[in-house]
Ligand binder design. Structure first.
Ligand code: PLP
Length: 388
């Protein structure tokens, strides 16, 4: 069977190769400490599980849901946005349910981008961003995120012809994989740039609730006039450990959301009502579970990075996310270092180049194992001699 040429753009050799090696080592009996994929290892709040269980037991909840989400869910989103960011949103027109934020991220370009249009995308960046552009036959224009620019795109470096032909810009702070955060001044610049060139913005804030040391990430919608150009995607996967439930939401510009709703109405029938009920319970309920979860990641961050510093690998502590973005301390490319690390220690991380060319020289380490496993990872790395 001949596959489409498009498929080539969807496959990441980097991730496939790493998975193969992991499987091979497991088959050889090696114990892997998997700090690769950012899949939360912690449970959702108990009241969310309880709500889900009760909703699943309701025989009346098994009809087709609506693609945009039930009104009760959208109202819960609006309440959460008001409480969390002081941003008012209209539950009916400025708010919709997503089957995980991935759903919105993968389909938005289909709604806004014509073949040949540019989409401004962070490099390194979460891989679905570029895939979504290829799905729509758009052209990705990569915005380098480098240490020198605090991992923020430099809008003044974007050529005028590109800005003129760009339809969409994707921003993601707190950022996966680089963990950087953005402040008000940055978002003000982003909104002004988007308005000047009539570019829609999607702000992906999947990690807004995983922040440390008292830091509170903001929403782009807090910027005056941002709703004229921006939508924001949020996920319950990380904030409430509901990754397997597949629920997130989009908030912001009503025209952009309406366009996305048209695409989605042809693709899905929305999120299972029981899952929407559980998500509403998460958004409206006590938020202390989320705060405690962030403290867990913060203390894992400290255990890992203090340990690595002691064996000679100095990595700055991130202010947010469930990741560490670590510069490779020896003369090895990121793919080679990752394979070598996995072979010698059984510790799996992701090579930075898997997220884009600008990720070369780094690895991403996910804080998705308990502290004793992170200590064991440090011990193995130290004993392996790979840092020398
Ligand atoms: C930056 C970023 N955005 C979006 C997602 C997708 O999350 P969801 O589970 O809501 O689809 C992820 C998942 O890892 C992510 O890292």
């Amino acid at each position: 069977m001949k596959q489409s040429r498009r498929l080539e753009k969807f496959r990441s050799a980097v991730f496939f190769e790493l998975n193969d090696l992991k499987q091979q080592l497991r088959a050889e009996g090696k114990e892997i400490i998997d700090l690769g994929i950012g899949s939360p290892d912690l449970p959702p709040p108990p009241h969310v599980i309880q709500t889900l269980a009760e909703a699943v037991a309701d025989p009346g909840g098994y009809g087709y849901p609506t693609s945009e989400g039930s009104l009760f869910f959208r109202e819960a989103v609006a309440t959460w946005y008001k409480n969390r960011f002081s941003v008012p949103v209209d539950p009916l027109r400025e708010c919709m349910a997503l089957m995980g934020s991935q759903d919105g991220l993968s389909h938005l370009a289909l709604a806004l981008v014509d073949p040949g249009d540019y989409v401004l995308v962070p490099d390194p960046g979460y891989p679905i961003y570029e895939v979504s552009i290829h799905l729509a036959n758009g052209i990705p224009y990569r915005l380098p995120l480098t240490e020198e620019n605090q991992f923020l795109p430099d809008f003044s470096a974007i050529p005028k012809e590109v800005a003129g032909k760009a339809k969409l810009m994707i921003l993601n702070y707190p950022n996966n994989p680089v963990t950087a955060v953005a402040d008000r001044a940055f978002y003000e610049k982003a909104v002004a740039f988007a308005k000047q060139h009539q570019i829609a913005i999607v702000s992906d804030i999947a990690y807004s609730e995983l922040a440390f040391d008292g830091y509170r990430p903001m929403s782009i919608l807090e910027i005056e006039g941002a709703k004229d150009v921006a939508v924001e995607f949020h996920s319950l996967s990380k904030s409430f450990n509901m990754a397997g439930c597949r629920i997130g939401f989009a908030v912001g510009n009503r025209d952009i959301l309406q366009a996305l709703a048209v695409v989605k109405s042809n693709i899905d029938y929305g999120v299972f009502t029981a899952v929407q009920k559980a998500a509403a319970a998460a958004l409206l309920g006590d938020q202390s579970h989320t705060r405690r979860m962030a403290e867990t990641y913060q203390s894992r961050r400290d255990v890992l990075l203090d340990g690595l510093a002691q064996i000679g690998w100095q990595i700055p502590k991130p202010k947010a996310t469930m990741f560490v973005w670590a510069k490779i301390p020896v003369a090895m490319a990121s793919r080679e270092f990752t394979r070598e690390l996995l072979r010698r220690t059984g510790v799996a991380v992701v090579p930075g180049v898997g997220f884009g060319q600008q990720g070369e020289g780094y690895v991403r380490i996910a804080l998705v194992q308990p502290e004793d496993q992170l200590q064991e990872a440090v011990r193995r790395i130290g004993a392996s001699g790979i840092l020398r």
